[in-house]
Design a protein around this ligand. Structure first.
Ligand SMILES: Nc1ncnc2c1ncn2[C@@H]1O[C@H](COP(=O)(O)OP(=O)(O)OP(=O)(O)O)[C@@H](O)[C@H]1O
Ligand SMILES: [Mg+2]
Length: 359
């Protein structure tokens, strides 16, 4: 009987796709600790999604490997536990497994919309999620989540985040009042950011999503230096001018040694009567990701319902989870979660999980 090679198994598993993320399970980093002994194949499947979705993926993976020559027996350990960044249990943001910044070089490309909907999509998949609105000048979360309850503090004087739609929220808008002009000097911004990460009583979280203001200013620098970021995702529209600014944002994270988890393209085409109108151009996000050898995390269509839902305090993933835009956010959230897992595995042991082979 032919000897089964790890590459044969991985090639077979690459044929299995996570429909929500529209990528194969090896590329998503779901396959870990592959072991082959004689005609027995064993691996861990670390998949996102609901119990039913993960079980379906495990069934498809088992069928793909069993179909190999010699029909090997397959043992799959199905894991859904979110992997933590190294050092997640101590220090600043101790108890938060992954800290993910959503950034862009240019304003108005949809960072806040993406942050809110990706946070909700992660929570729908069963993760414990926090969302920090780090935009000191134009906080969005009070409107997007329709919350303005008074803040309370713990006995040791730390601020308790508010909750809406199952996630934990903190925004300067909860303190300063929505609609008030917020005037800050540079050092005050940095101070406030430090307080928002160290003086807030965040509960234990799988993901803290941080919605950044546009550009590469004080907030971004302070966060990169003070918060234990797992990585940053860059939002861009498909148009050239936005891409140039996206480059600038990417450069900043690279210089500060923050892993870039990937590129998200927003406002990538308006669907009208079966036709797609490329309002802001086409394919720019994918192009920039390819150029810079970064993962492309997905694209979100331009859809007036996305805007209306956010304005009415119920982001689209919450209001209409079956809409095309919501499905796009779910896919992006899963790709982002997979990239976090990959970065964590690399930081922990220099391996990328999918390729760790034992004989
Ligand atoms: N995919 C989309 N379809 C329709 N409208 C969208 C979409 N994404 C964002 N918007 C709308 O575009 C506007 C800008 O989005 P958003 O506030 O999320 O951008 P931003 O990058 O956070 O902006 P800023 O740089 O000011 O923080 C908002 O009115 C939002 O509702
Ligand atoms: Mg914003």
């Amino acid at each position: 009987m032919a000897v089964l090679k790890p590459m044969d198994v991985l090639d077979a598993l690459k044929e299995v796709r996570d429909p929500a993320a529209d990528r194969d399970i090896v590329g998503l980093g779901y396959v870990r600790d592959l072991e082959i002994r004689a005609d027995r194949v064993r691996f861990v499947l670390h998949a996102s999604g609901s119990e039913a979705e993960r079980t379906a993926l495990a069934d498809a993976a088992r069928a793909a490997v069993t179909a190999l020559p010699g029909a090997p027996s397959v043992e799959i350990t199905l894991e859904g536990e979110v992997a933590a960044r190294p050092g997640a249990d101590t220090g600043v943001l101790g108890g938060v497994k992954n800290v993910v910044a959503i950034a862009s070089g240019k304003g108005g490309v949809g960072k806040s919309t993406v942050s809110a909907n990706v946070a909700l999509a992660l929570a729908r998949d069963g993760a414990r999620v926090g969302l920090l609105d780090a935009d000191m000048y134009g906080p969005s979360m009070p409107t997007m989540f329709a919350v303005d309850a008074p803040l309370r503090a713990t006995p040791d004087n730390r601020i308790i985040p508010l909750q809406a739609h199952g996630i934990h929220l903190m925004s300067i808008g909860f303190m300063a009042g929505e609609g008030l002009p917020v005037i800050w000097r540079g050092p005050m911004v940095s101070n406030m950011i430090v307080q928002m990460i160290s003086q807030v009583a965040w509960p234990e979280l799988d993901y803290l999503v941080i919605d950044l203001p546009p550009g590469t200013g004080d907030t971004q620098l302070t966060l990169c230096q003070q918060a234990p970021l797992s990585g940053a995702a860059i939002v861009t529209t498909p148009q050239e001018i936005s891409l140039i600014d996206a480059h600038r944002g990417l450069e900043m994270f690279r210089k500060l040694n923050i892993p870039v988890l990937g590129v998200i393209e927003n406002m990538s085409g308006l669907h009208v009567g079966g036709e797609v109108i490329p309002v802001f151009g086409e394919g720019g996000g994918e192009r920039i990701a390819k150029e810079l050898e970064l993962p492309f995390l997905g694209k979100v269509p331009l859809d007036p319902a996305v805007c209306t839902a956010a304005d009415q305090g119920e982001p689209i993933v919450q209001r209409d989870p079956e809409s095309p835009a919501s499905k796009a956010f779910v896919a992006i959230a899963r790709s982002l979660a997979a990239q976090c897992a990959q970065v964590n595995a690399e930081a922990a042991g220099g391996d990328d999980g999918a390729m760790s082979l034992e004989w």
